[in-house]
Design a protein around this ligand. Structure first.
Ligand SMILES: [Fe+2]
Ligand SMILES: [Fe+2]
Length: 172
């Protein structure tokens, strides 16, 4: 693929992906304000932007998506780098600015990313042993474990009901 088109697809993809989340936030606001029709409209358009993002990403599939070994290694490196470099910087800045909520959100994310990195490292051994185990995801901080749901999230302290199970066969 030619450079210019590749760059444009990537830019479009990022824009659509951001719009998806922004529109869902707008929908929530409209719902709070008691305007359900507008909430539905924002949700519908959000879903359409998700369709665009997915379609554009599929055009870059051969460039962005490699074989699973490579994808695991790349994902591991990303988690490691973001938890060791970006997030510590973000936490420091938020603390300096006195932005407590942002500092906590960043530090939860940093801690969760270190667990994500460990899971990527370990996953290959599960494959070798032919294991297919479900994962549990904390919906507050993004902590993930392949063990059973903890009574309390080790990162954010959330209770059991805040966990979502990603089991075999789920692709959503
Ligand atoms: Fe992560
Ligand atoms: Fe958590």
């Amino acid at each position: 693929m030619k450079e210019k088109t590749k760059k444009n697809i990537y830019t479009a993809f990022i824009g659509e992906a951001k719009a998806y989340f922004r529109l869902l936030a707008y929908a929530e606001k409209a719902q709070e304000e008691g305007i359900p029709q507008i909430a539905l409209l924002f949700r519908a358009i959000a879903d359409a932007e998700r369709v665009h993002a997915t379609r554009q990403l599929s055009l870059l599939r051969d460039i962005l998506v490699k074989d699973t070994d490579t994808n695991l290694e790349k994902s591991f490196q990303r988690e490691k780098s973001i938890s060791e470099n970006e997030y510590p910087e973000f936490i420091k800045d938020a603390e300096e600015d006195g932005e407590k909520a942002a500092a906590i959100a960043f530090s939860h994310a940093r801690d969760a990313e270190t667990y994500h990195a460990k899971l990527y490292e370990r996953a290959i051994y599960q494959v070798i042993r032919d294991e297919v185990a479900a994962y549990q995801v904390c919906q507050v901080c993004g902590y993930v474990t392949s063990k059973k749901i903890p009574n309390k999230c080790p990162i954010c302290g959330a209770t059991k009901d805040k966990f979502k199970t990603i089991a075999d066969g789920d692709l959503s």
